[in-house]
Structures are given as C-alpha cells and as structure tokens.
Design a protein around this ligand. Structure first.
Ligand code: PGA
Length: 242
C-alpha cells in the first residue's frame, strides 16, 4: 500500500504571521496520510517545529559553496525539512532548469537525506499538439536519477496549464498520464510500484474527491489552496477518505 501525501507548495508567499495557518494545518487530525508543507525558506525552520512534514521548494545541486542566493539540500535538512521539491515548472520556466539540472538537484536532495518530490508536466501547446506522453517520457528519463527509490523519491505530475489557472484536466487525462508514469517507474525501478505519484494543478476542496478516486493518484501537490487551513484541510480529509 502506498501511503498518500497531501503536499502544499506555498511558493513565494507568506510572512511570519501566516505560521498560524500552518499550525492549524499541522494540528488537523490526519493520521492516515502524510502531510507536507513547502514554505519559503524564511519560514522553514519555524514550520518544521510543527507536527507535520516540511520541504524546501528547490535545492542546489552542490552541497555547499559560492552560490549566492541558492540553498543546499543539507541546509534544508538542517532547518528541519524532510522533503524538497525539484523541477517545479516555475523553476523550469523562471530559471531555465533542464531535466539534467533537476536530476542533479534530486541526487543532491537524496544524498542529504531528503525525499525529492520531482515535478513534471506538459505545457498547453504540448497537450494540444498531442505530445504529452512524449514530453512526460523525456522528463521521467531525464529528471529522475538512477538512485531513486520509493523511500527517497515522489513524482508530482503537474500540467503547466493547470497550475494556478483553475483549469483541470479530465479524470481520463489525469488517469492516462498517471498510468503512464506508473508503467515507467515499474519498468525502471525494482520498487517502482511503491513510488508515490501526486497530481498537482488547481486542486481544491471541490475537485479533490474526484481526483483522488483516479487510479495511481497517491495524493496531491497543492499551491494556492494550501495557504489557508480552511482550504487545505478539506483536501486532506478527502485524501484520507479516498
Ligand atoms: P496550484 O499550484 O494548486 O495553485 O495550481 C500547484 C503547484 O504549482 O504546485
């Protein structure tokens, strides 16, 4: 059985005053699932004192050194994180991150003892020209390191066109991609059947139940609806019941 994950990505949002929301999320009963919040680095140490999992939003491929403005996986670990996102589409777009860079970052995360949540997903034009599964194949082959196991790696499928837009793929579209990812993981990794695959992109309380009923959806990576406990805890509840 794959233990389900409700993960929240706070992106470049939230101040000290917003830790109260994280505290409400952390104290919401959710024994049956793993709950993870990925806050900005400024809040990571404080949030890590709460009873929930925490993660970085990115890490550098090197373990330390002259990389102004970057953060090392070991520093995330030192601040209390047990996860980090790698390859989020906003990193791929804003910072030109390639599959090879994301692979190296994921290795650094795993070497530091973190669970890498490796993000993949097609753009709208790729979806429309029928190349979704080809793009996914390239991202899976390129971004997931050979050292990945079900214990150190989680995959997040996030169609770029669904992130922050309120647009959601159909359940059939989500199911097709998740099944495709599962087949890749099973072919490549001895424990590929145990690796968790999250869906992300405009998940909210009103669509969570339907998404969590899809085969091979082992949880969600949630952006906007993870910032407030009132929005995120119903998603946690839907996942716990799925
Ligand atoms: P969203 O973001 O839930 O706001 O669409 C998801 C993400 O970027 O991880």
């Amino acid at each position: 059985m794959r233990r389900k994950i409700a993960a929240g990505n706070w992106k470049m949002n939230a101040m000290q005053g917003d830790l109260a929301e994280a505290s409400s999320i952390a104290n919401h009963p959710a024994d049956a699932i793993d709950v993870v919040l990925c806050p900005p680095a400024t809040l990571l140490a404080q949030m890590s004192a709460l009873p929930l999992g925490t993660g970085g939003q990115d890490c550098h491929a090197n373990s330390a050194g002259a990389h102004t403005g970057d953060i090392a996986a070991s520093q995330l670990r030192d601040a209390g994180a047990s996860y980090t996102l790698t390859g989020h589409s906003e990193r791929r777009t804003d910072h030109g991150e390639t599959n090879a860079m994301i692979n190296a970052k994921s290795v650094a995360a795993i070497d530091a003892g973190l669970i890498a949540i490796i993000c993949i997903g097609e753009t709208l034009s790729e979806r429309e020209n029928g190349s979704t599964l080809t793009i996914i194949d390239g991202q899976l082959a390129g971004s997931i390191p050979d050292c990945a196991t079900a214990l150190n790696t989680v995959i997040a499928y996030e169609p770029v066109w669904a992130i922050g837009t309120g647009k959601i793929p159909s359940t059939a579209q989500i199911g097709e991609v998740h099944d495709h990812i599962r087949a890749h993981l099973q072919n490549r990794f001895a424990d590929g059947n145990d690796m968790r695959i999250l869906y992300g992109g405009s998940v909210k309380a009103s669509n969570a139940q339907e998404i969590f009923a899809i085969a091979n959806v082992d949880g969600a990576l949630v952006g906007g609806a993870s910032l407030k406990a009132a929005d995120f805890t119903p998603i946690m509840d839907a996942l716990a019941k799925a």
